[in-house]
Ligand binder design. Structure first.
Ligand code: HDE
Length: 714
């Protein structure tokens, strides 16, 4: 019976019924490639390519779901339908909590004036240096589907893909902000967004909660002036100024720092609507600004801005009647003129709104060497927020791999895995430091102390000598004294365990230079330990590793030893009791009651689960002998008649039961009948091999004195 139904009218009308799957699509060979190529292919879909599902299976019918008969129910096996609906159901991601509605475009930034004396930022070293950029303009309060022309601040976020990594200058079209401290941001935004109980107004500050909040926050009054001015109803995104808002810092090659404020000056000049116009535009063309930007770029009328900087130093800042770290203040251009150093030109619309404009993730923490932060408490809070928000918006810490966010310069590090990992790092160098190169392996990337990002050390606090630094205090430099104290505080047997453990571990290490390095460090802890390990491996002791600090001989601490503090009672311990047919039920029960009374528990083990016939009735085992090895118990006891013992002495599981308990230094209580198995298992009489009657007195402790007799320790 045919399962695909007749072609729908729509399909026939579209001529799709005659479409040959695969016509015009590239060869299989050219489709096969690494992940990147596959992604590129997806972007390069052309008309005529065969429609496939997400796993490359060609689709024969995109109109009809698979049904049991023409009018029958849809079948679960229809993977084409399921995938299509499944993907559609999950198309939306959380919109930005602020700046949800935005419009983006690609472009280029060119340095028009080199300023190497104030910053070592690579992009400002040479006139004519350039890099690609992505810019996203936005409103703040409205949702992603709101209109373009409300009275609102506009976001002006620029991502520079420089050769030194991404630099994100995430600014606004107003040079000051509502609040001075990041702590108030959630309150500010809650107050301006639609009111919590009624869900309106959308994209508007003209309502109770906003004005309630700002009237209680006098620091917002400067920004309110700007927000109520015509700046908040721009004529076009192309006719807005942009501002970095905060004071940032420029650092030059010599490490000297200067404050800097960033400005974008539109080549078209600043222009605004009047309020009545803005209101009517919202109805007539809700996408007024987005359309204007798109059409200008599409027609080759590329919008451009000059990048200006106001540069000043701490001495100048100290003399001003305001704090340059206060984001509610601007620096009048009359006091510090704006110096133009570059030009931004937007020359390419996005190919896909979601992939680029929606998924772009700006991070004020993205700076390059030569540009640094200041202590502006608003900026400091932003340094956390943006990274954090991308995880919830884009769902993965690997959001940097999304093409719009990835740097265009190489990036290498030891970050691995995570949701939606699309890179395939090779080798095992996923940690640093490593010396894998000494074994001829790729050892991965290394820090670049000369060219890497270093923070400006002055903490910016006037008259406070405390500097910012990445450093470990000298008082943390002794790495061996306490390691030695720990080792020397152990019992002889515990020390042997440590030495043997290191021998075992290093015998699994196949890189000889690593074994030697460990030994050279052990010499700083204890020469005897190092020698024991070297002997255990049968290699010569290497030179002692240099130590940053002289060893401090610390007194032995008994608290560090397990054996010196062991508790010998039955509390929390489990005793395995072995019985078989013919065993003395009374004896088994006596042992059981005794152990339980002392706080322990008992597990009955027998060759078969039973019920088995025993002297005095029947008895059921909790576990079968070959499934209940003695490693499961802290001590063992056995109640066996000689005949059963004779039979069991020929069975590996029984012999090993005792052999292991003996080897693991456990208490072995037994009846005389068991002796034949004990002999077979090599169990020799000692303090821990006792008659059943002594079990309760002896307890389940380990008998370490036995250990040297049964195994070679290092
Ligand atoms: Fe933002 N801001 N912001 N902001 N902001 C976001 O980050 C935040 C502030 C600005 O087109 C969010 O990726 C805090 C000042 C722009 O994708 C979020 C504080 C300035 C954009 C966030 C501020 C801005 C954002 C939401 C106070 C001007 C849009 C989605 C400490 C200098 C970027 C996202 C784009 C977006 C937090 C204050 C500009 C939640 C906590 C001041 C242009 O992380």
């Amino acid at each position: 019976m045919a399962v695909s139904g007749p072609k729908s009218d729509a399909a026939l009308e579209n001529g799709l019924a005659d479409h040959q799957p695969g016509a015009g699509s590239p060869d299989y060979e050219t489709m096969v490639g690494e992940g990147g190529e596959t992604q590129q292919r997806l972007q390069d879909e052309r008309s005529g390519d065969a429609l496939t599902d997400n796993f490359g299976h060609r689709i024969a019918d995109n109109q009809n779901s698979l049904k049991a008969g023409a009018r029958g129910p849809t079948l679960l096996e229809d993977f084409v339908l399921r995938e299509k609906i499944f993907h559609f159901d999950h198309e939306r991601i959380p919109e930005r909590i602020v700046h949800a509605r935005g419009s983006g475009a690609h472009g280029i930034f060119e340095c028009t004036k080199a300023i190497p004396d104030v910053t070592k930022a690579s992009i400002f070293q040479k006139k004519g240096a350039s890099c690609p950029v992505f810019v996203r303009f936005s409103t703040v309060a409205g949702g992603a589907g709101s209109v373009d022309t409300p009275r609102d601040v506009r976001g002006f976020a620029v991502k520079f893909y420089t050769e030194a990594g991404n630099w994100d200058l995430v600014g606004n079209n107003i040079p000051v902000f509502f609040i001075q401290d990041a702590m108030k941001f959630p309150d500010l935004i809650h107050s301006v967004k639609m009111e919590a109980d009624r869900g309106y107004p959308q994209a508007a500050s003209a309502h109770d909660t906003f004005w309630d909040f700002v009237s209680l926050m006098p620091e917002s009054m400067h920004m309110i002036m700007w927000a109520m001015s015509d700046r908040a109803i721009p004529r076009s995104l192309r006719m807005m100024e942009g501002f970095g808002v905060h004071s940032f810092r420029f650092i030059n090659q010599d490490g000297d720092g200067k404050f800097v404020k960033f400005h974008w000056k539109p080549v078209l000049g600043v222009a605004s609507q009047v309020w009545d116009e803005a209101v009517k535009t919202a109805g007539a063309d809700p996408d007024f600004h987005r359309r204007d930007l798109y059409e200008a770029i599409a027609s080759g009328d590329y919008p451009a801005w000059d990048l200006g900087v106001q540069i000043f130093d701490e001495a100048w800042a100290a003399e001003q009647p305001y704090d340059v770290l206060d984001a509610t203040k601007l620096i009048p251009e009359e006091d510090i003129p704006v110096e133009i150093i570059g030009r931004l030109t937007l020359n390419r619309n996005v190919d896909n709104f979601f992939a680029e404009t929606e998924q772009v993730a700006f991070l004020p923490s993205n700076v390059i060497p030569g540009i640094d932060f200041t202590n502006d408490p608003l900026l400091q809070g932003r340094l956390f927020s943006y990274l954090d928000t991308q995880k919830s918006r884009l769902g993965t810490t690997n959001f940097h791999q999304i093409p719009i966010n990835a740097p265009k310069c190489p990036f290498h590090n030891m970050q691995r895995d995570g949701l939606m990992q699309t890179l395939v790092p090779k080798g095992r160098a996923n940690y640093e430091p490593n010396s894998l190169n000494e074994a001829g392996e790729d050892s991965g990337p290394r820090v670049a102390p000369e060219t890497g990002f270093t923070s400006f050390s002055d903490n910016g606090e006037r008259n406070d000598p405390t500097d910012k630094m990445r450093i470990r205090a000298e008082t943390f430099a002794d790495h061996y004294s306490q390691a030695r104290m720990f080792y020397l505080s152990q019992t002889e047997n515990e020390q042997a365990h440590i030495a043997s453990a290191i021998v075992f571990e290093l015998s699994k290490v196949v890189m000889p230079h690593v074994r030697l390095r460990v030994l050279s460090r052990l010499r700083n802890i204890d020469e005897d330990l190092a020698q024991r390990v070297a002997d255990g491996l049968s290699i010569a002791l290497p030179e002692k590793a240099p130590a940053a600090r002289d060893l401090v001989e610390m007194p032995i601490s008994d608290a560090l030893s397990i054996q010196k503090n062991a508790k010998d009672g039955f509390a929390g311990r489990k005793v395995g009791i072995l019985f078989a047919e013919g065993s003395d039920k009374a004896m088994v029960e006596k042992l059981k009651t005794g152990v339980e009374k002392a706080g322990g528990s008992v597990f009955l083990v027998a060759p078969k689960i039973g019920p088995l016939k025993v002297k005095g009735g029947t008895l059921e085992a909790d576990g079968k002998l070959d499934g209940s090895p003695s490693v499961l118990f802290d001590a063992i006891a056995s109640v066996l008649m000689p005949q059963s013992a004779e039979i069991l002495s020929k069975q590996g599981a029984a012999v090993q039961w005792f052999m292991d308990a003996y080897g693991h230094c456990k208490t072995i209580a037994h009846c005389p009948g068991t002796q034949i198995i004990l002999d077979k298992a090599g169990v020799e009489k000692d303090d821990g091999v006792i008659p059943n009657e002594m079990l309760l007195d002896k307890g389940p402790k380990r008998h370490w004195a036995r250990e040297p007799k049964i195994r070679d320790l290092a």
